[in-house]
Design a protein around this ligand. Structure first.
Ligand code: WT7
Length: 650
């Protein structure tokens, strides 16, 4: 590892958990030793948190790696675990979802309501000929019916494939085709940025291209006019008329629960397959352990969309399996004003907030006066997920959202892992800003070198998982070879996550971004994340993205794109002066080797709809190539702006 990485890791601040939280925490320090003593017995105990119709005969069958079977022979129903058992325990009146639409309309849905809606949807799907093992595509906005649709599939053993509502007809039809979905559940549209945004036309186009779809179930949300055909059915005329009586049948622990396609950095999306018993065990356990979820008193809010794995595991399955009360919000954080997120926290008394670094940095850009205008005193725990969180953003989050005292859990995981893998335990871990800290109890993550050897503390390399875990992906849908090839071939007997990582002197894990985001400059490994982090630590920079561009002398050269803070003067000479200042600032922070060759001041960065910066496109710009595929961009006009600015000079 290069010296520059050492510099990034000179972050030495450390924050112990608040004493009160630690004293009452769901999971205490002994969990690590307990899991180390017997990992499978540990997971077996976590599985007991669920209701099983039939016990398993074997905790893990790893006789045919990398194809794992967890809780072999066990049978359970996921929807029963998320709904019926809470209602049967007398908790039917507990609020499951405080839902808020973007226009400001609200719905309060209790566990009894959610149970009834799910039973009706299960009966309606059965009526449309859906049986266990069939695939159902779900293409919905963030409305309660999205959760209901997923739970109804789970209830009847249909495998859902949720496709993010912002995806194009192309993306939707290829996902429908790959899974041969029989039914699509959608809506006329949803509300985004203050106006209705249609979904049904995209479904019509996608369905016309794929032969497998027999029925389309349509929720009325916006009330806008939609085209109609024989295969279409209104949700309110089918589901809401169906019987609310439905007995959930148990399924095998390895029954396919869902397929979720990972977002477009590669050519063909991978259909990540998750199954039933192990997935629910680990999502339920991690929601309990990492968010310290107290279902009787907490109001939990995960700001993700249901179209991403975060929404699957930490809006639907994990929280509901625990009987939690949560907030669900339909729209964007700046509609109708930039305080919307804090207004929602204030209104519902949110106690646990789980969000993404990109949102935190956006909030930083908008300024701390905005959260300061709301009562955030209900909050007791903050979470982060999706990409490395730079220490600046981490500190801002703690300071301006967390009153300088709340624990932050930076949770590392992936669509493929199904649930959180590396994270602080909020009542145990003394956190370091920017580090995901330690593998959770029962998880064996490690950082290895090129040869697959565990690196010593202070060393860097690749993040791997050494042992199978309950919520691991079982395969790539329809492509076992690609599953083996992608994740299990780089290192013998280990799962390769595709992330670069570093162990600090204390053995704590720092994620350094995807391995393809690691630049090689004059033979030095420099992560895009560390340079971005350095740029964002400058008072004039709100957000930054860094790419490695091919360079004749240094192999790769560092090219940075930075969004200045609102107050920074970037006109003419002032802009040039700021660029010079920033280059020096990075050199000073990380060492001269990390000094960017070029810095572009830009107004926006190209992001996927899930908020990930599309460095591939920035690399195209930096290397003067024509742009590659922009279909997964949230706003494709961003690239035109950046490209034209680039031609205009540095
Ligand atoms: C990739 C997985 C996990 C749900 C949302 C993303 C990056 C995720 C962190 C974190 C550093 C992180 C990794 C990972 N990532 N969380 N806390 N710190 N990096 O799911 O789309 O499957 O992306 O996101 O690079 O491999 P995904």
């Amino acid at each position: 590892m290069s010296e520059t990485l050492e510099n990034l890791l000179k972050e030495t601040r450390q924050f112990p958990p608040p004493a009160a939280l630690a004293a009452e925490a769901n999971v205490k320090a002994d969990a690590y030793a307990e899991a180390d003593a017997d990992r499978l017995a540990f997971w077996e105990r976590q599985a007991r948190r669920l209701a099983w119709a039939q016990d398993w005969e074997q905790v893990l069958d790893w006789s045919n790696p990398p194809f794992a079977k967890w809780f072999v022979g066990g049978r359970l129903n996921v929807a029963y675990n998320c709904l019926d058992r809470h209602v049967e325990a007398g908790l039917g009146d507990r609020v499951a979802i405080h839902w808020e639409g973007e226009p400001g309309d609200t719905r309060t849905i209790t566990y009894a309501d959610l149970h009834r809606m799910t039973c009706q949807a299960a009966n309606a799907l059965t009526g449309l000929g859906v049986t266990a093992g069939d695939r159902v595509a779900i293409y919905l906005p963030m409305i309660p019916e999205a959760a209901v649709a997923m739970l109804a599939c789970a209830r009847i053993g249909a495998t859902h494939s949720v496709v993010f509502g912002g995806f194009s007809a192309d993306a939707l039809s290829s996902r429908i085709a790959d899974a041969s979905a029989k039914v699509v559940i959608t809506a006329d549209g949803g509300f985004r940025r203050g106006k209705p945004s249609a979904l049904k036309p995209t479904v019509d186009e996608a369905v016309s291209r794929s032969g497998s779809v027999e029925h389309v179930l349509v929720v009325r949300r916006t009330g806008e006019e939609v085209a109609w055909s024989d295969r279409d059915h209104w949700w309110h005329e089918t589901v809401e008329q169906a019987s609310p009586e439905h007995t959930a049948e148990p399924f095998d622990a390895e029954h396919p629960l869902f397929i979720l396609y990972t977002s477009g950095t590669t050519a063909k999306p991978k259909g990540i397959l998750h199954t039933t018993g192990g997935y629910l065990t680990q999502t339920a356990y991690t929601a309990h352990a990492v968010f310290d979820l107290k279902p009787e008193t907490d109001v939990y809010w995960c700001t993700a969309d249901i179209g991403w794995v975060t929404g699957h595991s930490y809006i639907v399955y994990g929280p509901l399996a625990n009987g939690a009360t949560q907030v669900m919000y339909e729209g964007t954080p700046d509609t109708p004003h930039k305080g919307r997120v804090w207004e929602i926290v204030d209104r519902y008394g949110v106690t646990i907030l789980y969000t993404a670094p990109t949102l935190i940095r956006t909030m930083m850009k908008w300024g701390e006066d905005i959260p300061a205008g709301f009562d955030l005193s209900s909050l007791r725990l903050l979470g982060s997920v999706g990409e490395p969180i730079n220490p600046e953003a981490w500190m801002w989050y703690r300071q301006h959202v967390g009153r300088g005292e709340l624990p932050i859990v930076d949770t590392w995981w992936q669509t493929e892992t199904g649930a959180i893998m590396i994270s602080p335990l909020p009542g145990v871990t003394a956190t370091k800003p920017g580090s995901a800290m330690t593998p959770l109890p029962g998880i064996s993550a490690d950082v290895v070198d090129d040869q697959g050897q565990s690196v010593p503390n202070g060393g860097g390399g690749y993040l791997v998982l050494r042992e199978p875990w309950p919520s691991m992906l079982r395969t790539i849908w329809g492509d076992d070879n690609r599953f083996v090839e992608t994740y299990w071939s780089r290192f013998d007997g280990m799962y390769f996550a595709g992330d670069g990582a570093k162990k600090d002197a204390d053995g704590h894990v720092w994620l350094l971004g995807r391995v393809d985001d690691v630049m090689l400059v004059s033979g030095h490994n420099i992560s895009t994340t560390e340079v971005e982090s350095a740029l964002v630590s400058h008072p004039s920079v709100a957000e930054a993205a860094v790419v490695g561009a091919t360079d004749p002398t240094t192999g790769q050269a560092i090219v940075a794109f930075a969004i200045p803070r609102g107050t920074a003067d970037v006109s003419g000479d002032a802009g040039e002066a700021l660029i010079a200042d920033l280059r020096n600032h990075v050199a000073k922070t990380l060492g001269p080797i990390a000094k960017p060759r070029q810095i572009m001041l830009v107004a926006e960065l190209p992001k996927t709809r899930s908020g990930k910066i599309m460095r591939r496109l920035l690399r195209d710009v930096a290397e003067n190539r024509s742009l590659g595929d922009v279909t997964t961009l949230q706003d494709s006009s961003v690239m035109e702006l950046i490209s034209s600015g680039m031609k205009g000079g540095k």
